[in-house]
Unconditional design. Structure first.
Length: 222
């Protein structure tokens, strides 16, 4: 028996057909984002967005941290999954694209659950460690500049509570992680963070060949 599916356009279409459909707000935001420069490759696909929604629900997360907002599609999906009184902090380097998301967060009625932090994510995360404290977050989603991944991961491990979950996107990076000729800074950084996680005895991990590669790292109980 085959151990791995060959993912075709027809199979992806079938997955969409049998999955819970997006509502009008999500579809409108995804469609708008797809028209932006780099939009289709930078936005998480609907399948991954549903997965993130379920992870928030299954973990019972009420405090979520997102590193990398773009137009806020994944932000919206996770914010909707929060319980009453839940909070999502999302970080981005500028408001160039996040202003698009803010409009849709309002339309979806979840803007009051979302706190947008603009600036260098390393500084934002260090500030959160000081103000919120270590172990103050239930779930972290990392989907930002790839060269920053090793630093973001280390901060995420400090910020997430024991038993909490870190989710990293793009950890297979278009397959370039196994290409010996790929030595660009982004690929090198993804390889580095993958090796860091693999050797990190603070977490339990699972790498999924979903979308562009998704890694789950659960912080072990103290």
């Amino acid at each position: 028996m085959a151990t791995q599916l060959a993912v075709t356009e027809e199979l992806l279409a079938y997955v969409e057909d049998i999955s819970h459909p997006e509502d009008q707000v999500l579809t409108a935001l995804r469609t708008l984002t797809a028209e932006l420069p780099g939009g289709p490759s930078m936005q998480v696909p609907p399948t991954e967005a549903r997965f993130l929604t379920l992870l928030v629900q299954l973990t019972g997360a009420s405090r979520v941290l997102e590193i990398g907002t773009f137009t806020g599609y994944s932000t919206l999906c996770m914010a909707r999954a929060l319980p009453e009184g839940g909070r999502l902090i999302t970080c981005d380097i500028s408001k160039k694209w996040t202003d698009i998301g803010a409009e849709f967060w309002e339309r979806a009625g979840v803007a009051d659950r979302i706190e947008l932090r603009i600036g260098d994510a390393r500084e934002t995360l260090a500030e959160l460690r000081g103000t919120e404290g270590e172990g103050s977050v239930d779930l972290v989603f990392i989907d930002a500049d790839k060269t920053g991944y090793p630093a973001y991961y280390e901060e995420a491990v400090a910020l997430v509570r024991p038993g909490g979950l870190i989710v990293l996107d793009n950890t297979l990076f278009f397959g370039r992680v196994v290409d010996p000729a790929a030595d660009d800074p982004d690929t090198l950084a993804i390889r580095q963070v993958n090796e860091l996680i693999h050797a990190d005895d603070r977490v339990e991990t699972c790498v999924l060949p979903l979308a562009d590669g998704v890694t789950l790292a659960r912080r072990k109980a103290a």
